[in-house]
Design a protein around this ligand. Structure first.
Ligand SMILES: Nc1ncnc2c1ncn2[C@@H]1O[C@H](COP(=O)(O)OP(=O)(O)OP(=O)(O)O)[C@@H](O)[C@H]1O
Ligand SMILES: [Mg+2]
Length: 240
């Protein structure tokens, strides 16, 4: 199992943002994590990636208990994530930003830059390598965020809303990019609000609301689950 989350709970003061969440991700696939705004999706990512220490519960990555480990250590073990709010070094070039990621596994600058270039080529961003990150379009900034994570050579990549704010044609491109990353052997956990993208990409989907898992299954199973329809649209829409 690539990732196993057991009884994960995260509280902020009196607010229980994640409530006893368990899930498992097999190597090689794409799992979608969906739920209404404020459901706890990013908080779950932050716990898995070591940004927050869980209030309770355990997280296992490739069999190893990683609960409470820090992001940089997890990154070096092969667990990388993107942030919902992208934050590149705006006054540095695209290549510089991606090279920062390569240093997770490379010691030499030349080696780190070579790896960054390989990732940029893989994501069709190599022609923008000398552009300052702060001047990129939203779509390219999102791709840069993915490139920075990929440059760390992850086994598991957590993508937090990499398609938010993109035009439909740009969403299609990112869907293809994510497939390509999966096909290269990286397991993916994806948070996304754009349903047609999550339905097209995911092997399995976990749905959370108020920090609790309310549904899990194939895209078709989840889309037809009355619990999910109720969570998104309210009671009136459930045909019983
Ligand atoms: N650092 C924090 N301190 C206090 N409360 C937080 C913190 N981070 C998140 N929360 C709260 O936890 C809950 C879950 O937030 P989270 O960002 O995980 O939701 P989300 O599912 O990612 O939402 P969205 O779809 O809008 O990105 C929300 O009520 C949020 O206000
Ligand atoms: Mg979020």
């Amino acid at each position: 199992m690539m990732l196993k989350v057991e009884g994960l709970t995260k509280e902020f003061g009196g607010l229980r943002a994640i409530d006893n969440l368990s899930l498992e991700i097999k190597a090689g696939g794409i799992m979608g994590l969906i739920g209404p705004n404020g459901a706890g999706k990013s908080t779950a990512f932050n716990c898995i990636a070591g940004v927050y220490a869980p209030t309770a519960g355990q997280i296992f990555f490739t069999g190893e208990n990683i609960s409470g480990k820090k992001p940089w250590d997890l990154c070096k073990k092969g667990l990388a994530r993107t942030f919902q709010i992208v934050k590149p070094f705006a006054s540095k070039t695209v290549l510089y930003n991606v090279t920062v990621g390569s240093f997770a596994t490379c010691k030499l600058r030349s080696e780190a830059e070579d790896k960054a270039m390989t990732v940029l080529k893989f994501l069709n961003l190599d022609d923008k390598k000398d552009i300052l990150a702060g001047t990129l379009t939203i779509a390219d900034r999102k791709r840069l965020e993915v490139a920075r994570a990929l440059a760390t050579e992850p086994k598991l990549l957590l993508l937090d809303e990499v398609m938010a704010g993109l035009r439909p044609s740009e969403v299609d491109e990112v869907v293809e990019m994510i497939r390509k990353i999966r096909d290269s052997g990286v397991t993916i956990l994806l948070i996304e609000h754009i349903m047609r993208a999550i339905m097209a990409l995911s092997d399995r989907i976990v749905v959370i609301q108020f920090g609790k898992k309310i549904s899990e299954g194939t895209p078709e199973q989840v889309a037809n689950d009355p619990n999910v329809i109720k969570a998104y649209l309210g009671d009136d829409y459930v045909v019983s």
